[in-house]
Write a new protein. Structure first.
Length: 220
C-alpha cells in the first residue's frame, strides 16, 4: 500500500479489524486516507474509542442506522468522483461489498480491493489436494514431521503439538498466520496473497491452505 495514493477505507461491523490495521500502516507512512465505518449503532461499533481519538478521529466518519446519530453511508456519492491513484479497500458483510462493487463497476480492477471476514462459499483459490488428503509438514527449527489429516488445518495440527503461531480469522482473510515456506508446494486457499506471491511459494497461510506436494517445510 505504499506510494502517494489516496486511500478510501470502508468497513462494516467487525470488518473494521483489518481496515484499522491498514489505517495504522498508512498513518505511520504519512499517506492520505479516510475511514468510513458502518455499524448498526454506536454500542455495536468496534474500536470506537480508538477511532474517536487522534490520530484516527480526524480521518474517520461513522455511519449508523437511521434511528441513531450519524449518517448512513451513501456509497454512490462517496465513490462518484475518483481521484487519480485512488485506492479503495473494503471489508464487511456481503451487502456492503456488493454496494462498493456496484459503485466502482467502471474502476480499474487493481484500484478496488476487498477483505472478507466470512469466506464466500462460491469462491475458491485451491487447486491442489482436496481436504480429504493427508500431507506432511516439517518444522525447520526441530526437524519434527507432522501429519496433516483430512479436514484438519496446518494451524490446528501445530496447536495439537504445542506450537502456537500467531493467528486471527482462521479463514484466510487477515494474513496474521502467514508463515515462511522453505520447501514444498503449497495449495494456496487464502484471499490475502497476490497471484505473484502465491506463485513464488515462499509463504503460506497455515489456517486454510493445504499442500500440492507430499511435504511442506515451514519456517517455524
Amino acid at each position: 500500500m505504499a506510494g502517494a495514493c489516496i486511500y478510501t477505507l470502508i468497513a462494516g461491523g467487525i470488518g473494521i479489524t483489518p481496515i484499522l490495521s491498514m489505517a495504522r500502516y498508512l498513518e505511520r507512512t504519512g499517506v492520505a486516507y479516510s475511514i468510513h465505518y458502518c455499524a448498526r449503532n454506536p454500542e455495536r461499533a468496534a474500536f470506537r474509542e480508538i477511532l474517536g481519538t487522534a490520530p484516527f478521529s480526524r480521518r474517520t466518519v461513522m455511519h449508523f442506522g437511521g434511528e441513531h446519530s450519524g449518517k448512513r453511508l451513501d456509497l454512490a456519492s462517496l465513490l462518484s468522483e475518483r481521484v487519480g491513484g485512488q485506492q479503495v479497500y473494503c471489508c464487511g458483510p456481503a451487502g456492503l461489498i456488493d454496494g462498493v462493487k456496484a459503485a466502482t463497476w467502471d474502476w480499474q480492477a487493481n484500484s478496488v480491493h476487498f477483505e472478507r471476514f466470512k469466506i464466500d462459499p462460491t469462491l475458491s483459490t485451491g487447486s491442489g489436494q482436496d481436504a480429504t488428503s493427508t500431507f506432511e509438514i516439517e518444522i525447520d527449527s526441530t526437524g519434527q514431521i507432522l501429519d496433516v489429516p483430512p479436514q484438519k488445518s496446518i494451524l490446528h495440527v501445530l496447536r495439537d503439538n504445542g506450537i502456537f503461531p500467531d493467528s486471527s480469522c482462521e479463514e484466510g482473510i487477515c494474513g496474521t498466520c502467514a508463515t515462511g515456506l522453505l520447501s514444498g508446494t503449497a495449495d494456496h486457499r487464502d484471499f490475502v496473497l497476490t497471484d505473484e506471491e502465491k506463485a513464488s511459494q515462499t509463504v503460506v497461510m497455515i489456517c486454510c491452505s493445504r499442500a500440492g506436494s507430499r511435504r511442506l517445510k515451514l519456517d517455524l
